[in-house]
Design a protein around this ligand. Structure first.
Ligand code: SF4
Ligand code: SF4
Length: 279
């Protein structure tokens, strides 16, 4: 059968918060029995946009991770909560039962992603429902996907084989893969959140011009891990590198001596200005 899935593209998100606000518009003050009771006015972020900066001045990038409940197929919240308080629907959506979950604040701590919130007034744990109440009325979008101006959020109804093929084709990855929760919300361009880059500025020493077109190769243990080209502003960025690992960065241009630097990328790094000398 077709199941509910979601793709979030970190390269398309620009932190406009429309998705966060649409969620508020839908759920604050509105009960949707038997799916959910009203979200309180403050304190909950059922669509939580996390933010980070990578790099150092002047080569800095912002990264955004819009994070709802990930509707995990192997959900620690279901395994760790009292029986029946959280359940998985046939379409894959994971729902906290707003009646059975009453009086169980310990449910909040069962989600390793921090996607569950406590509603003290209603005495119940709450989270994103995947807009199950709308899906069951025939909607093919969630409120957050509907309002995203850059199409960073897409709902995909697919059977398991179609979904697995899409994951491979689009190179989708799970947030915090090491948790092995098999989430139904998968990310595109997640490297903008969880990988690091090496960057720098390069100029020709003899002319003082930007080294436009110079080649950059980043390698680890002799194997190429990434490649880039110096642009017409004299800058390069080689992304999708693993944090904490040591790499060799080689910069070369015809007629000039190549420069090599070995760096440990605890975080994204700006190597600063590299001058290429005539060979
Ligand atoms: S609506 Fe789209 S672009 Fe705006 S914050 Fe949400 S995911 Fe990002
Ligand atoms: S993200 Fe958290 S709350 Fe949502 S299904 Fe996974 S473990 Fe449960």
């Amino acid at each position: 059968m077709k199941k509910w899935n979601m793709v979030i593209d970190c390269a398309r998100c620009h932190d406009c918060n429309n998705c966060f606000l649409a969620d508020k518009d839908e759920f604050v003050g509105n009960d949707f029995p038997p799916y959910s009771v009203a979200q309180p006015w403050s304190g909950h972020r059922w669509m939580n946009i996390e933010r980070k900066e990578r790099g150092q001045y002047p080569i800095v990038q912002t990264g955004y991770l819009p994070k709802p409940c990930l509707h995990c197929a192997d959900a620690p919240c279901i395994d760790g909560s009292p029986a029946g308080t959280i359940y998985r629907r046939e379409d894959g959506l994971v729902i906290i039962d707003p009646e059975k979950a009453k009086g169980h604040p310990e449910i909040v701590g069962t989600c390793p992603y921090g996607a569950i919130y406590w509603n003290a007034e209603a005495d119940v744990a709450q989270k994103c429902t995947g807009c199950a109440h709308l899906i069951d009325q025939g909607w093919t979008e969630t409120r957050c996907s509907q309002v995203c101006p850059t199409n960073a959020i897409k709902v995909v109804f697919a059977d398991d084989a179609e979904w697995a093929a899409l994951i491979q084709k689009e190179e989708l990855r799970a947030h915090r893969e090491e948790l092995r929760t098999n989430p139904r919300v998968m990310y595109k361009n997640l490297h903008k959140w969880d990988k690091v880059f090496a960057s720098g500025s390069v100029a020709f020493k003899d002319t003082d011009d930007c080294a436009d077109g110079a080649a950059v190769t980043v390698s680890i243990d002799g194997a190429t891990a990434g490649e880039g080209v110096v642009n017409n502003y004299g800058e390069f960025v080689v992304d999708r590198l693993e944090p904490g690992k040591s790499y060799t960065v080689r910069i070369s241009a015809d007629g000039y001596k190549a420069v090599e630097r070995t760096v440990t990328l605890r975080e994204s790094l700006n190597l600063g200005l590299v001058m290429l000398e005539k060979a």
